[in-house]
Ligand binder design. Structure first.
Ligand code: FAD
Ligand code: NAI
Length: 451
């Protein structure tokens, strides 16, 4: 019998298995596809490899302002794809090596839960083979949502409609692309293909882009994108897609948008079906496994972490949830806190945020103060960026003077957000923040300046 079985080898599952193995638990990790899950194979890492190539191309095209002459800068999309594949391969094999070092047994196959007996022993099959344990971590991740829009299923077959999976293997840059859904995937891919010279049109059913982020920042990002040539159709319903176009209903008027490729990026949903959750009575609600702040489900010994519990569909949330679940199994006190969960949209310019927005403060009745600065206030930012776009906004609790939120649009936002995350997580007061010495010149100093 194993001390712990983990189903799913993505960021949540492989880190949980690694930590358990390092702490002496006899651990089995079951993965049906590739170690690294969505994040390493078709998510975080490959998309960032893409975006970095486009940022280099964009800089090369505009290098003359910096006194650098480059001739005939071009993007070689098949070389971008093959570099991305190399990076993915290296990281996936790194996960395999980490499992070996932690003495985790890895079994490739589909994990299916078969039942739990009166002594709490849970049976799990990996294909035909049966394994037993008293502790199970479910880390089955999430899957792409495909809405029932006419033309989409045919388009997926002939390649005129694609998802975040196929897009990362596109060997050529299409002339036109329509992106359905202006969430994180839609915006990152809009940024990539626009920088690579494609005419990008975005269709979003809401009246704003980027979901629940600070509304002022999302409209700033939208304006920046529009200046770069991306067209947004908000409040629009897609009525047909594929075969070279997208048909939308724009306030009762039907419009046809040419689209050599259509990217469907309307969300992901937790994987909770088809592997026997019901055989042990794990409670699910609104399509996700319900777990508490230690990752425990309603069934003793059974935990759910990462995208499968649907709290935050982010790799770093999965990592921390993995550690909390394993610490709980080991009898160490630990708990998940979601107040300081940073998020980044790796567009050009980047967008990063943590904590409360003005909208959530108003909803929760939190009295707040805000301080803001344009990113161009930073000397380093001005020295290194030609187009001075972007802004930082910091929110403080009016009564305690502690930082409760930080929102940024601009280059390096993905790195700077870490300092803000530490400040929000440790509930730092403005007086304490002001005593921190920031290296000069860095763009991160903007946090000191904004105070
Ligand atoms: P997953 O990574 O989904 O892994 C689940 C694993 O379980 C998979 O390998 C699957 O094969 C396996 N599995 C499922 N069912 C079974 C079964 N029955 N038996 C055996 N194995 C099973 N997040 C970020 O934080 N930053 C980013 O920049 C970022 N970029 C992204 C870009 C894209 C295009 C996408 C799609 C996602 C991105 N994400 C990003 C989200 C991130 O990938 C996920 O939050 C993260 O992968 C979740 O980790 P997980 O371990 O919960 O699940
Ligand atoms: P999302 O939930 O972020 O955005 C989906 C968007 O599609 C929403 O704005 C929604 O209103 C819109 N939409 C839904 N149905 C629609 C329809 N029929 N027509 C038009 N618009 C429609 O989902 P997305 O972008 O697919 O990403 C999934 C998850 O992956 C994210 O929630 C995030 O957790 C993760 N991710 C994280 C990244 C990061 O951290 N940088 C990068 C990419 C993905």
């Amino acid at each position: 019998m194993y001390d712990l079985i983990v189903i799913g080898g993505g960021p949540g599952g492989y880190l949980a298995a690694q930590r358990a193995g390092e702490n002496g638990l006899n651990t089995l990790l079951i993965e049906k596809n590739k170690l690294g899950g969505v994040c390493l194979n078709e998510g975080c890492i490959p998309s960032k490899a893409f975006l970095n190539s486009a940022k280099i191309f964009d800089q090369a095209k505009n290098s003359s302002v910096f006194g650098v002459t480059t001739e005939k800068a071009a993007i070689d999309q098949s070389a971008v794809v093959s570099r991305k594949n190399k990076v993915v391969k290296a990281l996936v094999s790194g996960v395999g090596a980490a499992m070996k070092a932690a003495k985790v047994t890895v079994k490739y196959g589909t994990g299916v839960i078969a039942g739990r007996d009166a002594d709490g022993v849970i049976s799990v099959y990996a294909d035909e083979e049966k394994f037993e344990t008293k502790r199970l971590i479910i880390a089955t991740g999430s899957e792409i949502v495909i809405p029932p829009i006419p033309g989409v299923s045919e388009g997926l077959k002939d390649g005129t409609v694609i998802t975040s999976r196929e897009i990362l293997d596109l060997e050529t840059i299409p002339e036109t692309m329509t992106i359905v859904g202006a969430g994180v995937i839609g915006l990152e891919m809009a940024s990539y293909f626009q920088m690579c010279g494609c005419k990008v049109t975005v269709v979003e059913m809401l009246d704003h882009i980027a979901g629940n982020i600070d509304r002022e920042m999302s409209s700033l990002l939208q304006k920046t994108y529009e200046k770069r040539g991306i067209e947004f159709n908000l409040n629009c319903k897609v009525t047909k897609a594929g075969g070279g176009f997208v048909e939308i209903d724009d306030a009762g008027i039907t419009r046809k948008i040419p689209a050599e490729r259509v990217l469907m990026s309307v969300g992901r949903r937790p994987v909770i079906k088809g592997f026997g959750l019901e055989s042990i009575g794990v409670y699910t609600e609104h399509g996700r496994i319900v777990a508490d702040a230690q990752g425990r489900t309603n069934v003793p010994g059974v935990f759910a972490i990462g995208d499968a519990n649907g709290v935050w569909m982010l790799a770093h949330a999965a990592y921390r949830e993995a550690e909390v679940a394993v610490n709980t199994i080991l009898g160490k006190k630990d708990t998940m806190r979601y107040d300081a969960m940073p998020s980044v949209i790796y567009t050009n310019p980047e967008m990063a945020f943590v904590g409360e927005t003005e909208e959530t403060c108003r909803e929760k009745g939190i009295a707040y103060k805000k301080r803001e600065l344009p990113m161009g206030y930073s000397g380093r930012y001005l020295a290194e960026n030609d187009v001075v776009e972007g802004k930082i906004k910091v929110l403080f609790d009016e009564s305690t003077n502690r930082m409760i939120g930080c929102h940024m649009v601009g280059s390096y936002a993905s790195e700077i957000i870490l300092s803000a995350t530490i400040m929000v997580e440790t509930q730092m007061r403005v007086e304490d923040m002001k005593e921190i010495i920031f290296p000069h010149p860095t763009v991160g100093e903007i946090i000191r300046e904004v105070l």
